[in-house]
Design a protein around this ligand. Structure first.
Ligand code: ARG
Length: 261
């Protein structure tokens, strides 16, 4: 009998709490003055699809995705009066997410390529980059791009590094994270890694067993991707990018993460 009463009481309590919670949330927006955040949110959100395995462009710091792309996208969202929301996913899921309308922009150190232009539209470019080669620090055999032919090359799946490596060898090892490729290299499982220059530097800085070669494999440029046909969004982002280039804010963001040699 006691147990039975307790149950009734618990049920009554939880029902009261549900009503209280519902009452609360429906009242909140009208009863309190809007904060800055709420005001910005009223312009909607700009959802950024990225792959946060790519320092210094996007990576985790204390459980949060930070980096050059996150800050640039944040500044773009701000000029559009929107709140930025970051969605971390596999690199090769970004373009499908845009096409499916699950994200507004793809900001992921994404290189503009003719192939990708068939599936998405790109904004103006915002960074120049290159693909470089990482080798073991004690490797005396590989000195430049000509020496990786036929070698076992590690890349991040679906990246331009993947495409270029596939051009020069049949032995491409594809990893979900660039970091894993560098680890495999340090362990002697592969001969080289082909990856973006700044990322190579960031990953090699944490690993004394590897070094980055000076001669770039290819030159490329990064841009933000949007769903094919969304010219309005491309124009809005380009306007924001022009402003960020002109007022020095873009350079400021880059300089915060990349120290010039
Ligand atoms: N720039 C290369 C590409 O576009 C690699 C980009 C990888 N980006 C990332 N966030 N993991 O294919």
């Amino acid at each position: 009998m006691k147990q039975y009463l307790k149950t009734i009481f618990a049920l009554a309590m939880s029902a009261t709490m549900v009503f209280a919670a519902v009452g609360c949330s429906s009242q909140e927006p009208t009863s309190e003055p809007a904060t800055d955040e709420q005001q910005e949110a009223s312009g909607g959100t700009l959802t950024m699809a990225t792959n946060a395995e790519f320092p210094p462009y996007e990576f985790y710091d204390a459980g949060e995705v930070v980096g050059i792309d996150v800050e640039i996208a944040g500044a773009i969202a701000e000029t559009m009066g929107k709140t930025l929301e970051v969605e971390d996913m596999a690199f090769d899921s970004i373009i499908p997410a845009l096409s499916a309308g699950k994200a507004d922009i793809g900001a992921a150190g994404m290189t503009v390529t003719e192939d990708r232009k068939a599936s998405v539209d790109f904004t103006d470019t915002y960074v120049k980059a290159s693909q470089v080669i990482i080798i073991k620090a004690d490797n005396t055999e590989i000195a430049g791009p000509d020496d990786v032919e036929g070698k076992t090359i590690g890349v991040q799946l679906g990246t331009t590094g993947d495409i270029y490596a596939s051009d020069v060898t049949d032995n491409v090892e594809r990893y979900n994270k660039g970091f894993e490729a560098v680890q495999a290299l340090a362990q002697g499982k592969i001969d080289a890694v082909i990856i973006d220059d700044q990322v190579a530097k960031a990953l090699a800085a944490d690993n004394a067993d590897v070094k980055v070669l000076d001669t770039p494999f290819t030159e490329e440029e990064y841009a933000i991707a949007v769903k094919k046909g969304n010219t309005e969004l491309v124009e809005q982002i380009n306007a924001a990018l022009t402003e960020l280039k002109e007022n020095g804010k873009l350079q400021e963001i880059v300089d915060k993460y990349i120290t010039a040699e």
